[in-house]
Design a protein around this ligand. Structure first.
Ligand code: ADP
Ligand code: MG
Length: 683
């Protein structure tokens, strides 16, 4: 096959080279294609060019003029660099603080362009830390100013200026090598622009609408490849033979009788749906949806027992180690009188231990709980009849193929607590049958939620301390583990210390975060569950699925930093034991309007479906490429809310190419997208 230069290492882009290539690698950019498809995080509109005389205070504009002076002043506290620009109507001073090297870049007499916000100081017009560039020739093409300028997610080794420069060079030299695989007629019919044009417009839009039509094309492609991939998988799976389970199960009956509660009608209904699938000689592909705390685990256990009674093993996969430990414990608890083995396989385990477990279960059907360690290379659960994938949204749509393709075709049950409207569910889970638990078990009292200013922190922690003295347990959630210079974010380690030295002096508290050793995490979770530890100061490691019925208090610091669905997931950790529960969201004084709306929605609603609707409204247009926070991490361009209008046309187009068997030309593109599933880190 011909080698396409677009697939060469990114170091070959003019200006990059081997050193900066490494910095780009850190962003996941390895090839020139990766660079071309790297999305801007947002855009700054500096396309409004004004004369200095007309530019008013507070306006975001671009000024073009000649440098008449450039100097650095040293005060005791800092160095102030000034570049004075004249354009025939007036002068303006561009200023930089402690960045005197910027000033050295300019020489008197040069024509320059500056973009930023106009301010007035005394009688002087100023523009503070503007974007800038020199306009060397008449036909100069703006990169950093005078246009709609993209801003990228980069790291500390790169600057926006250098990154834009690489992008410009890559577009100029390589974009024509990007393959177009839609025919002209198809593009017209679907109302899409060409792929190359889309990439140009994405990075160098001339007007706002350019971004929209570029994103439309890129989002279409992405969704199309994923849907086509899933569709072909499904066709493939249907050709395979599944196991026709006998679904009348003695073990399941026994479990139901041993439970301290009765299953709800909702749970019984979805169990029937699952049984229907299991009885068929086709591999089940079902998604079980239900809000946090709706009781999906027990449903999955009933299915597991049916599987085991038929002589097959069950693989139960969860996204984090904390959750693996918890599920192992919870399931062992449920099954203690049933006589079914429950084993835990974790990433850090010795190979010999893993093999011993595999050996045991090859003789006696059991449940194996684990993280993605379960589907790692070389791991193979013998005679697996049912695979359960909990908190599916965390895994990404494409990662499931790994599990499904192992062994003979097992039934697969996906569990998810990310409530999304049905049409959207169909887009992301297009190939799955969907069951939904619509109501929580009775007796739950919705948590009371309050959003407070950080000035009230003292009061908040006094309240928490009082509640703990009354026997409650508390989560204190923070956005980061360690404090960062230059960032205001509260961190696990600092808050832990602070609490330990003040309000919580004589109260046993612990920290919990992702980087800790598994055994340590497990020990802490256990002691917390048993009430020996009263409060956990933690990151979002507890976000998914953690179930400690006696924990009824949650404080979330810097709550403005979390997305709405994430806040909902976090809050889902409390109020699980039928007692009153409290969630307190702390934020600094100044937060964005959208963050305020999210927090108010949290105060008002507890229903996940309602919250995801509100989220959709708040986000609206203007926020690009934000799907990740919803957990659908396969998508870079397609945003499940913003772009839902693409779902229908994509499906129809998939139908068309599948029925005509006309998908050869899409295989490469599909391959590239499906590989992403392998790269996603879980937990
Ligand atoms: P999720 O759907 O979020 O995974 P879980 O399966 O963890 O929820 O269930 C949440 C809690 O509700 C667990 O403690 C579970 O034992 C309990 N539970 C499940 N079903 C019922 C029921 N029908 N009645 C009362 N409690 C239930
Ligand atoms: Mg769960």
């Amino acid at each position: 096959m011909d080698f396409n230069p677009v697939d060469s290492p990114v170091k070959y882009v003019k200006g990059v080279g081997p050193t900066r290539e490494k910095y780009l690698n850190l962003l996941g950019i390895y090839t020139i294609r990766d660079l071309l498809f790297y999305p801007p995080r947002k855009y700054i509109d500096s396309s409004l060019i004004k004369s200095i005389a007309q530019a008013k205070k507070g306006e975001e504009v671009t000024i073009i003029g000649e440098v008449v002076d450039a100097f650095v002043k040293r005060t005791r506290r800092m160095k102030i660099g000034t570049v004075v620009v004249y354009d025939g109507t007036g002068t303006i001073s561009a200023k930089w603080f402690n960045q005197d090297w910027v000033v050295k870049y300019f020489k008197k007499g040069e024509t320059v362009s500056m973009s930023g916000k106009i301010s007035i100081f005394g009688f002087e017009k100023q523009i503070i830390s503007p974007e800038y560039e020199k306009l060397e020739r008449e036909d100069y093409q703006f990169i950093h100013t005078g246009r709609i300028v993209p801003v990228y997610r980069i790291n500390k080794f790169l600057t926006q200026r250098s990154f834009r420069r690489y992008m410009k060079n890559a577009i100029e030299r390589y974009v024509d090598g990007v393959e177009e695989y839609l025919r002209d007629g198809e593009r017209d019919r679907l109302n899409l622009i060409g792929l190359r044009e889309a990439l140009k417009k994405l990075h160098f839009p001339e007007k706002k609408e350019d971004v929209d039509i570029a994103v439309k094309r890129l989002a279409f492609d992405e969704l199309f490849f994923v849907e086509l991939f899933l569709r072909l998988q499904k066709i493939d799976a249907q050709r395979k033979k599944g196991i026709a389970f006998n679904t009348s199960s003695y073990l399941a009956e026994k479990l139901l009788h041993s439970l301290p509660f009765k299953l709800t009608d909702e749970q019984l209904r979805v169990i029937d749906e699952i049984k229907g699938d299991m009885a068929k000689p086709l591999p089940m592909q079902r998604l079980l949806q239900g809000d946090v705390g709706s009781g999906k685990t027990i449903v999955a256990l009933i299915a597991s027992l049916i599987c085991i009674e038929n002589g097959y093993n069950v693989g139960f996969m969860v996204p984090t180690e904390v959750l693996a430990f918890q599920h192992h414990r919870v399931i062992s608890g449920f099954l203690k009188d049933i006589g079914v083995g429950v084993y835990l396989i974790s990433g850090g385990m010795k190979n010999s231990d893993k093999e011993r477990i595999l050996e045991t279960i090859s003789r006696k059907p059991s449940i194996v709980v684990g993280t993605h360690a379960l589907i790692q290379e070389g791991m193979r659960i013998p005679k697996m009849g049912l695979a359960i994938i909990d908190e599916q949204h965390r895994f990404g749509v494409l990662q499931r193929k790994k599990l499904i393709t192992q062994g003979e075709s097992p039934d697969v049950l996906f569990l998810t607590a990310t409530p999304i409207p049905r049409t959207l569910a169909l887009a992301v889970y297009g190939d799955l049958d969907v069951s939904t638990i619509r109501k929580l078990p009775p007796g739950r009292i919705p948590p009371k939620t309050r959003w407070v200013n950080e000035k009230k922190r003292e009061k908040v922690y006094q309240f928490v301390r009082d509640k703990i003295s009354d026997g409650e347990l508390a989560y204190i959630v923070l956005p980061v583990i360690e404090e960062n210079p230059g960032s205001e974010l509260k961190a696990v380690k600092t808050i832990y210390k602070e609490l330990k030295n003040t309000y919580f002096k004589d109260i046993p508290i612990e920290m919990l975060y992702g980087g800790m050793k598994s055994e340590e995490k497990d020990r802490i979770m256990n002691e917390f569950r048993e009430g020996r530890i009263k409060a956990l100061v933690c990151t979002t490691v507890i976000e998914v699925g953690v179930d400690v019925p006696d924990a009824n208090i949650m404080v979330i610091e810097n709550a403005e930093r979390f997305g709405l669905s994430q806040l909902h997931q976090l809050r889902g950790r409390i109020g699980r034991g039928g007692k009153k529960s409290y969630c307190i969201l702390i934020t600094p004084e100044n937060i964005t309007e959208d963050a305020g709306k999210r927090l108010r929605a949290m105060e008002e609603y507890t229903d996940g479906f309602k919250l995801s609707e509100v989220d959709l409204k708040i986000r609206g247009p203007g926020e690009f490429f934000g799907t990740r926070q919803h957990g659908f991490s396969d998508f870079v361009f397609f945003d499940i809310f913003r772009d839902s209008y693409l779902i229908e046309p994509v499906k129809r187009f998939v139908d068309e190419v599948v029925s005509k068997k006309d998908f050869e030309r899409f295989i490469k593109g599909m391959d590239r997208i499906s590989k992403r599933g392998d790269l996603i880190e879980v937990g």
